[in-house]
Design a protein around this ligand. Structure first.
Ligand code: BEZ
Length: 242
């Protein structure tokens, strides 16, 4: 059965370029990205893995662990990683699953037979600290992913997990956000001290809430329905990203 947003992300044990891992143990309390590649020693994948390695600090800032997958074996992965490091001028700093039996690929529906019968497509799963699937995207083999977009989406997922806001089209971290329809104007006045603009009763814009807002007290909290102080401390262990 295919996976959907909000589903529990299936756990698994796997052999990787960095030894055996258990997925849930690897993630711990962090957010996670699981992303697949069609095959080792392929040009687009080489640039993608190099790009992700260069974003190490950005993923760390967002308390997000990265795990890649390709259906080739560990020895192949190790040789390919040397190539990636050399050609992309970086050091691959996350494990690459050697999914030769396609166990994980099948678990996460990463093979789309009408695109290719055997190779995985470029799937991306973002998984929250509660181990549920927050985002899934599929790209064809011929199109390399935009990892800036992935960072942007993680910013939105993390902000909206904790605040009663949503992010508008093309939003980037630091820009104005939309107040959730479930919040009344009276509540919004308390929750969003920077103020808000009512463009329409259903479209209210407010500056992105500050990091320490909502953590101060539950009475002035603008936490999302799914947010709690415990959850927030998992999402933002070093404080909310300013
Ligand atoms: C690539 O990563 O370059 C690639 C892989 C499979 C098919 C086409 C391109």
């Amino acid at each position: 059965m295919s996976l959907r947003l909000g589903d529990k992300a299936p756990d698994f044990d796997a052999l990787t370029s960095e030894g055996k891992i258990n997925f849930y143990n690897y993630l711990g309390d962090s957010w996670g990205i699981l992303f697949s590649h069609p095959a080792d020693y392929t040009p687009v994948c080489t640039t993608e893995l190099g790009a992700v390695a260069k974003y190490k600090d950005e993923f760390e800032k967002r308390n997000t662990k990265v795990l890649a997958l390709s259906v080739d074996g560990v020895e192949s992965h190790k040789g390919w990683i040397e190539d990636i490091n050399e050609t992309q001028n970086t050091t691959v700093n996350f494990p690459l699953i050697a999914d030769e039996d396609k166990k994980v690929a099948n678990l996460y529906d990463m093979i789309h037979p009408n695109a290719d019968n055997t190779l995985t497509v470029r799937s991306v799963y973002v998984i929250g600290p509660d181990k549920t699937i927050k985002l899934m995207i599929s790209y064809p083999a011929s199109t390399g992913r935009n990892f800036e977009e992935l960072l942007r989406v993680i910013d939105s997922l993390q902000l909206t997990a904790y605040r009663k806001v949503a992010t508008p089209a093309n939003w980037k971290h630091g820009e104005d956000v939309v107040i959730s329809p479930s919040v009344s104007n009276d509540e919004a006045k308390e929750m969003f001290p920077k103020g808000f603009k009512e463009v329409r009763p259903y479209l209210r814009m407010t500056p992105q809430p500050d990091g320490d807002q909502g953590k101060e007290s539950s009475k002035s909290s603008n936490k999302n329905a799914s947010g709690s102080d415990n959850e927030a401390s998992k999402i933002f262990p070093k404080g909310y990203r300013e």
